[in-house]
Design a protein around this ligand. Structure first.
Ligand code: HPA
Ligand code: ZN
Length: 326
């Protein structure tokens, strides 16, 4: 077995994927038809052509526009089931999945409708593929603290189905500290905290996410290399980074994959994991990311095994499941 084939087949966890970012053009047009809507793109090819991004914001504009076709709980269920099937095919045994409820409640979709659909999809995915999953609610950082608090209040009846809370959307000028009080409440509710930090924003946002929000994992975190003391801290404390290689190249965080800081972070002893972020928008799922990294860096089997082990260890799966996989 080649190192790449080995990496494809390894049991692994996906810890950074936005369910809204798994909306493939084919499903987007099918949901638009089902809901009597017209997408602002003539066909799948035109939508695909719109995916020439220049930065995070240019992606987010399209991502939020396409999410408009998600209306009823069965739309969310179909989306979730399609993702879980695709992840399963790539050796993903466990997925911790972000959702952005504010994108939906702002359009008048009830929170309960979103939750019912995501949970139905997860239950069917577990039955069909044996894949386990968790949900992470992300607050949109371009919106206000007040709106985040309102979203947290709306989520309270569903806390049994939400394992953690995160922070996503436009990073620049929206530092983690903007949501210090919201995440204090999240911690008081006994929920885990993660945050997107150090994707387009500075390394100092990573430190802030750890110190002010109490984040236990950092999503992206690739700009940590600008602060050697922070890199030492991440390594010493075993803080996992959920790195998304194809996303970073498509959003021009790095000019090419060879410029990616993933090998430097691994060499420094940081617990790095590989993830797909928004696979329908960035050119691929888990194993497409693995292939792109392999083409750039040619990792050996031991390195691929370490990356898969990192993902399972850094996951919130139960001890019994972890013992089965690792
Ligand atoms: N960064 C910030 N917000 C997001 C992303 C991302 O990579 N994907 C979906 N929302
Ligand atoms: Zn992300």
């Amino acid at each position: 077995l080649s190192a790449l084939e080995f990496a494809y087949r390894m049991p692994k966890a996906e810890l950074h994927v936005h369910i809204e970012g798994t909306l493939e053009p084919e499903l987007a047009f099918a949901l638009a038809r089902r809901n009597g809507l017209t997408l602002p793109y003539a066909d799948e090819e035109a939508l695909h052509a719109a995916k020439a991004f220049t930065d995070l914001q240019s992606f987010l504009d399209l991502y939020y526009a396409c999410a408009d076709v998600l209306r009823a709980s069965h739309d969310f269920a179909d989306l979730m089931l399609a993702y879980l099937g695709r992840a399963h095919a790539d050796g993903v045994v466990h997925a911790e999945i972000f959702f952005d409820p504010q994108t939906h409640t702002a359009r008048g979709i009830p929170f309960a409708e979103v939750m019912a659909g995501l949970n139905a999809g997860r239950a069917e995915g577990a039955r069909r593929f044996g894949i386990t999953s968790r949900l992470i609610l992300c607050f949109l950082r371009h919106l206000s603290e007040e709106e985040a608090f309102a979203t947290l209040a709306a989520a309270e009846p569903f806390l049994d189905d939400i394992d953690g809370f995160g922070l996503d959307s436009s990073e620049r000028d929206h530092p983690p500290a903007k949501f210090a009080r919201v995440f204090a409440r999240v911690r008081a509710l006994g929920k885990r905290v993660v945050a997107h930090a150090g994707e387009e924003g500075p390394a100092s946002y990573i430190t802030e996410a750890l110190d002010v929000l109490g984040a236990s994992r950092i999503d992206h975190g690739v700009r940590a290399v600008d602060d050697p003391a922070l890199v030492r801290r991440l390594a010493a404390d075993g803080v996992a980074l959920t790195v998304c290689p194809l996303s970073n190249v498509r959003l021009r965080v790095f000019p090419t994959m060879k410029d990616h800081t993933l090998p430097a972070l691994m060499a420094a002893g940081v617990r790095v994991t590989i993830n797909s972020d928004d696979p329908a928008y960035f050119g691929g799922y888990m194993n497409d990311n693995i292939r792109a990294v392999h083409e750039a860096f040619g990792f050996d089997r031991a390195t691929w095994a370490a990356l898969a082990r990192n993902s399972l260890e850094a996951s919130w799966a139960g001890a019994d499941d972890k013992a089965r996989w690792i």
